[in-house]
Design a protein around this ligand. Structure first.
Ligand code: SF4
Length: 295
C-alpha cells in the first residue's frame, strides 16, 4: 500500500492504516528519529479517497482504522470530521478510528471541537505521554507539562474518548527512576487510560538524546534501576480496567496482563526476572535495533 515507512503500534497490526498526514507536526522529541528527514504535511482528500477505494475492495469488513502518521490529531476539527465521514462511507463496519496524538493536539481544540470529533466516530487516541515528571518531560522536549497533560487528558476523557498511554521507563535518567515512577503513576491514576504501553529509554543515531548519551550528559539506569522503577510504578498504579502492554523488546522484563486483576502476578514476574538477572543488575542494558535488550 505504501512506498515509504509507516509506523503503527503493535496492536494495530490488523487495522486498516490510512495515511492522512506525513511526518509529525512536532518532530522535536529528543529521543525520536521517526520523521527526522521528512517535513510535516497534510495528505490530500483525493489521496485519502484513493486509499479508501483500495481498502473497500480488499478489506470491506474492516472494523478498525488507524490514521497515520506521527500525530494526525493535530488536524483541525473540520478536517478530522471530514476524514471520519470518508471512512464510514467507504467502510461500513468500522467501529473504531484511532491515531497517534499528543497532549499539544488536545490543547489546540475546544471542548466543542472534541465533542464534534467524537460524534463523528473518532473514539480512541494513542498518546506518547512518556512521563508524569516535569523534569523528564522537559528533557525529552515533549512540549507540555504534567499539569497540562492532566488537564488535557481529563478533557479528552470527558468528551468520551478512550486513550492508550505510552510510558518510557528510565526517561528521567539514572537515580530518578523512583520519582519518575511515582509521578507517572499518579498522572495515569487520575486519567485512567485503557492501555499502558511500556518501554525503556533508548536512542538511535540522529537525535539529540543519542548525542547526550554518548557525551555522558544523560545516563540511563542500570538493569536493576529499571526493575526498581517498574516495580514502584506497578505498585502505585490504580487502574480500573486497563491492559498493561509491556511487550516492547526494550523492556528488561517483557510481560503483559490486565489491571487491576493481574497486578500481583506482574509484580511476581518482575521479581523472578530480578532473580534471573542477579549478576547483571548493576550493568547498563546492551541494546539492539528498536532498543531491544540483549543479555
Ligand atoms: S510527537 Fe511522537 S512522532 Fe513526533 S517527535 Fe515526538 S515521539 Fe516522534
Amino acid at each position: 500500500m505504501f512506498d515509504h515507512l509507516i509506523y503503527r503500534p503493535p496492536f494495530e497490526a490488523s487495522s486498516v492504516l490510512l495515511e492522512v498526514t506525513r511526518g509529525c507536526s512536532h518532530n522535536r522529541c529528543s529521543f525520536c528519529t521517526m520523521y527526522r528527514d521528512g517535513s510535516f504535511g497534510r495528505c490530500s482528500p483525493e489521496y485519502i479517497e484513493e486509499q479508501l477505494r483500495y481498502y473497500s475492495q480488499y478489506e470491506p469488513d474492516a472494523e478498525r482504522v488507524f490514521l497515520e502518521n506521527g500525530d494526525p490529531f493535530c488536524l483541525d476539527a473540520d478536517s478530522l470530521v471530514e476524514i471520519a465521514d470518508q471512512v464510514h462511507t467507504a467502510l461500513k463496519n468500522v467501529g473504531t478510528i484511532s491515531m497517534y496524538a499528543s497532549v499539544r493536539n488536545i490543547k489546540d481544540k475546544s471542548d466543542e471541537d472534541l465533542r464534534r470529533i467524537r460524534e463523528a466516530g473518532i473514539n480512541e487516541m494513542n498518546i506518547g505521554l512518556e512521563s508524569g515528571l516535569d523534569e523528564a518531560l522537559q528533557m525529552m522536549n515533549k512540549g507540555y507539562t504534567s499539569d497540562e497533560a492532566l488537564r488535557e487528558l481529563c478533557r479528552l476523557k470527558d468528551a468520551g474518548f478512550d486513550w492508550f498511554g505510552n510510558v518510557i521507563f528510565g526517561c528521567a535518567g539514572e537515580g530518578k527512576g523512583l520519582i519518575n515512577a511515582e509521578k507517572t503513576a499518579q498522572l495515569l491514576n487520575r486519567t485512567q487510560p485503557s492501555l499502558i504501553f511500556t518501554g525503556t529509554i533508548h536512542a538511535e543515531e540522529g537525535c539529540p538524546l543519542y548525542e547526550d548519551m554518548r557525551s555522558g550528559a544523560f545516563t540511563e539506569p542500570t538493569v536493576g534501576g529499571y526493575l526498581d522503577e517498574e516495580e514502584r510504578f506497578l505498585e502505585l498504579l490504580l487502574m480500573e480496567d486497563c491492559i498493561y502492554f509491556g511487550l516492547h523488546p526494550s523492556n528488561i522484563c517483557v510481560m503483559q496482563g490486565y489491571l487491576p486483576e493481574d497486578k500481583e502476578e506482574l509484580l511476581s514476574e518482575l521479581g523472578r526476572r530480578r532473580e534471573r538477572l542477579e549478576s547483571k543488575l548493576g550493568l547498563r542494558p546492551l541494546r539492539g535495533g528498536e532498543g531491544a535488550v540483549h543479555f
